[in-house]
Structure formats: structure tokens, C-alpha cells
Unconditional design. Structure first.
Length: 244
């Protein structure tokens, strides 16, 4: 994935940009955040290797994204959550990333790993896995691949850092929202909020603002509002009518 510098003139950078989790309802997105679809692209071995944008939605100042998985107008909310009595109770911890993450120390890299954030993007599987590559990070090829895999992890579970300086390697995202598609698993994945977008709970509390966060949109996560990969076992497909 190529880095994209934030533009100070971008509408996504203006004040008021945030995502709010409504009580048993949709995600309320404000601040003119761009919305797109991104596909997981796999290598010849079937392992996720890169991201590819597949669709851009019309710009809106604000919009409500389905969180229950039942809307007939996905990705937008159509009120189905109320009809079906969706229980969107938030159960994700509020601890900071640094307090949850374990550390794998290699020769040139330190890999921070907060497993509770995992959305099963599987970018960490390629070429032996990010953990193994970190342990061999004195090899330039292993180091480069470990950094790329960690940076491509959509949930931000994995963060690779330079061992000498402690500086994390991160893509410079424009603040934006993406809907993940996982063709190899034949499912629709989570909502991906990028670039340090504030995330607010239904009770008004604020989650830690991170560069990469994945939110459940199938309604089945046991770690709401965060994705826990339940969309895969559920075979969730958004059936996005706006693309037909």
C-alpha cells in the first residue's frame, strides 16, 4: 500500500470529524469523511499481500453506516436494527493499546501485538508470519516484509517499531472510512477507519484514537464495536445494492 500524505485542505481534516457508536444502532460518521470499498488482494499462495480500492461512494458531510448487518441499503443504515431489536452493547475494553500489547523483540525490529484488536485480516501470515520475520529482522528482506505486513494489518493489532529509536512504522493515511471486502474468504469484512479518527462510544466515552481501527458491521462480533473476525464464520456479505 502506498503512503498518502494528509492534505490540510482535505474536508476530512476539518474539525468535527469523528465516528460515534449509537446505542443499538448505526455508526454515525461526521466531518465529511470519504467512504470507499477496499479489497484484500492475495498473492499466488493465497495469502493477503496488498490492498486495492474497488469503489468510491459519493461524498457526504455525514452518514449512518449499518452496524447490525441487516440493512437492505448497505452500507447505510435503513432502520432494520430497531425492527429486529439489535443488541449492539459495547464490550470492547477501553485500555490503551500500549497497555494491551505484548512485544516480540528481534534484532532490528520490535513487534507490538495487541491480540484483542484482531479482525482476521491475515496479512500477518505471508512468508512465515510477521512474528517469525521480526525475529529475523537483521535480514533486510525479512525486515521489509515484517514492516509491510504490520502496516497492512487493518485493525492495528500489529505495530512494528524500529528497535533503536522505538519509532513505529505507520502508513500516513488521509482520514477516511473504508469497507473491507475479503474475496478469498468470499465475505464482506469490517469498517476500517483510518488516519486517527476519533471514535466515541454510545455512552459518550472516547476510545483511544489510533491510526487504524476496524469496526464490526456484521453485527456478530463479541468485542463490539470492534471487529473480531466473526464475519468469516458467519459468511457475511453486504450485498451492497448501491453498487448494482
Amino acid at each position: 500500500m502506498k503512503e498518502s500524505e494528509k492534505s490540510p485542505d482535505s474536508p476530512a481534516e476539518k474539525k468535527g470529524c469523528k465516528v460515534t457508536v449509537s446505542r443499538n444502532g448505526p455508526y454515525l460518521v461526521s466531518g465529511g469523511l470519504p467512504l470507499a470499498k477496499e479489497n484484500i488482494v492475495c498473492d499466488k499462495n493465497g495469502d493477503p499481500a496488498e490492498w486495492k480500492m474497488s469503489h468510491k461512494y459519493p461524498d457526504k458531510e455525514s452518514y449512518a453506516l449499518c452496524r447490525c448487518g441487516g440493512s437492505k441499503n448497505k452500507p447505510y443504515c435503513d432502520g432494520t436494527h430497531a425492527k429486529e431489536g439489535f443488541d449492539g452493547t459495547e464490550s470492547a475494553g477501553r485500555e490503551k493499546y500500549a497497555d494491551q500489547a505484548g512485544k516480540i523483540k528481534g534484532p532490528d525490529l520490535v513487534l507490538n501485538d495487541a491480540e484483542s484488536f484482531c479482525a482476521v485480516g491475515r496479512f500477518c501470515h505471508r512468508k512465515g508470519g510477521t512474528w517469525s520475520l521480526t525475529e529475523r529482522s537483521n535480514d533486510p528482506g525479512c525486515k521489509e516484509t515484517a514492516i509491510q505486513e504490520a502496516c497492512d494489518c487493518p485493525s492495528g493489532r500489529l505495530v512494528a517499531c524500529d528497535k533503536k529509536t522505538g519509532k513505529p512504522y505507520e502508513h500516513k493515511f488521509e482520514r477516511s472510512v473504508s469497507l473491507i471486502e475479503d474475496p478469498i474468504k468470499k465475505v464482506s469484512g469490517p469498517i476500517w477507519i483510518k488516519g486517527g479518527i476519533p471514535l466515541e462510544s454510545a455512552d459518550g466515552a472516547k476510545y483511544e484514537t489510533r491510526n487504524r481501527v476496524t469496526l464490526c458491521r456484521c453485527g456478530r462480533s463479541r468485542n463490539k464495536p470492534l471487529c473480531d473476525g466473526s464475519h468469516i464464520d458467519a459468511g457475511f456479505s453486504d450485498g451492497d445494492e448501491s453498487l448494482e
